[in-house]
Write a protein that binds this ligand. Structure first.
Ligand SMILES: *Cc1c(COP(=O)(O)O)cnc(C)c1O
Length: 410
């Protein structure tokens, strides 16, 4: 059987239940369960992670003209969100061939106007949080973690999300806690959380259409990546159409084009719904079992691949417990490895996040992040998710080793 690049965390049961309007629970029951996982008193849900960040920025009481710093590989729309919240986005480069913030570029770009640093744990790789926390404290900057890709990551016995003043999480397609669309904020700051609660309650009730459309998308992707249809239809199609680019990624991607926004679209002003809360509770209940399996697979794959020479693994923070949300390899010729793996029935994927510094719509904002651009160009994600078993992981590692033997060291 061929191995798909991804696995949809929602079950068919979940998807059918949401389509049949059978998932509704009171939103606070989900928020409270989420807060308990992180040992905080409160969590507040919004319709999207980017809107959680928008409301967080508005609720922080920052001086006018403040700068908000974020890493250069991100959902590009976060740039719009910072601007629409009334602040100036500053893009920080990432370390060479890695996913953590570049320390020198960060210190260079942290001006006296810097007010917030958004640290994003990409693919489950934890950033160096003690170091970022010390720097932020010294410069009076609010540290916020984006844990969308780090539900299972930790450092020195603490979870990702327990290091900053606040943390945000996306619960969209493929995220480990999935509510179709959705975002969450947590913080120990009671005043901040009260302001966020008021902002969330002021949102308009959500229509059903968008949620049903997203449920259908999950259904389609889930079916296209189920073992038999994937082996018989999807993988042969992908192999036959490599020249036209990766249509599967294009379908998967929510933000197909990046634009400079001058207002929030109406869909971003909707309230997180009881139907979404029900999905959140279902996925939260099985989160740890799934993520333990994912980390086990990740560690095995890591140990089998580390030490080879033609592909590299991004640098990791000492003491970090990698969440392995995705499994990135840094490769000189990622398309070549992708084709090589495809011939062996293994589907790999390129990075979907933007290199924000390279987006045409943001050109006049003068972002520079050459190292992050390189990382994006040279990253290939190989399959590593909870439903794979040890034989799959060994087959993937063997195929990568075979590629390295065939092509020799760089
Ligand atoms: C998926 C993801 C998001 C998504 O944000 P939404 O606004 O919920 O679409 C944000 N940040 C990161 C790091 C992500 O991976």
């Amino acid at each position: 059987m061929a191995i798909p690049r991804l696995s949809i965390p929602l079950s068919y049961n979940d998807i059918l239940a949401v389509l049949g309007e059978r998932t509704a629970v009171p939103v606070p029951s989900f928020e409270d369960a989420f807060a308990r996982r992180y040992g905080v008193a409160r969590a507040v849900a919004f319709c999207r992670c980017r809107m959680a960040f928008y409301h967080l920025l508005r609720a922080l009481d920052l001086p006018a003209g403040s700068e908000v710093l974020m890493g250069a590989l991100h959902v590009a729309d976060f740039v719009n969100i910072i601007r629409l919240a009334g602040f100036t986005p500053v893009i920080v480069d990432l370390e060479p061939d890695g996913f953590r913030l570049d320390q020198a570029d960060l210190e260079h770009k942290m001006s006296p106007r810097a007010a917030v640093l958004l640290a994003t744990h990409l693919s489950g790789y934890m950033d160096d949080m003690p170091r970022l926390a010390a720097l932020c404290q010294a410069r009076n900057v609010v540290l916020v973690e984006d844990c969308s890709q780090a539900f299972a990551a930790g450092l020195d016995g603490r979870r990702a999300g327990q290091f900053g003043h606040a943390a945000i999480f996306s619960m969209s397609l493929l995220k480990s806690v999935c509510t179709l669309n959705g975002g969450m904020v947590i913080s120990q700051d009671a005043g901040l959380m009260a302001r966020l609660r008021a902002a969330a309650d002021a949102m308009a009730p959500a229509g059903r259409g968008a949620l049903a459309a997203e449920a259908m998308k999950n259904f389609i992707v889930k079916t296209a990546t189920a073992p038999l249809p994937f082996s018989l239809v999807t993988m042969p199609l992908l192999r036959a159409t490599t020249k036209g680019g990766d249509w599967f990624s294009r379908y998967q991607k929510t933000n197909k084009t990046v634009e400079l926004r001058d207002a929030l679209p109406p869909a971003f002003l909707e309230r997180f719904s009881p139907a979404q809360a029900g999905l959140g509770l279902r996925t939260l209940a099985r989160l740890d079992a799934g993520e333990d399996k994912r980390r086990g697979n990740g560690r095995l794959l890591y140990s089998l691949i580390a030490g080879d020479h033609r592909v590299r693994l991004p640098p990791a923070t000492t003491g970090a417990d990698n969440g392995f949300w995705l499994f990135p390899l840094i490769v000189e010729e990622p398309e070549r490895l992708k084709r090589f793996l495809a011939r062996r029935g293994i589907d790999a994927s390129r990075m979907l996040l933007s290199a924000v510094s390279r987006e045409d719509s943001f050109r006049h904002l003068d972002f520079t992040a050459p190292q992050a651009e390189r990382t994006r160009d040279h990253t290939l994600f190989i399959p590593c998710y909870p439903s794979l078993d040890e034989a799959d992981i060994r087959a993937i590692a063997a195929a990568v080793a075979e590629f390295q033997q065939e092509h020799g060291p760089c």
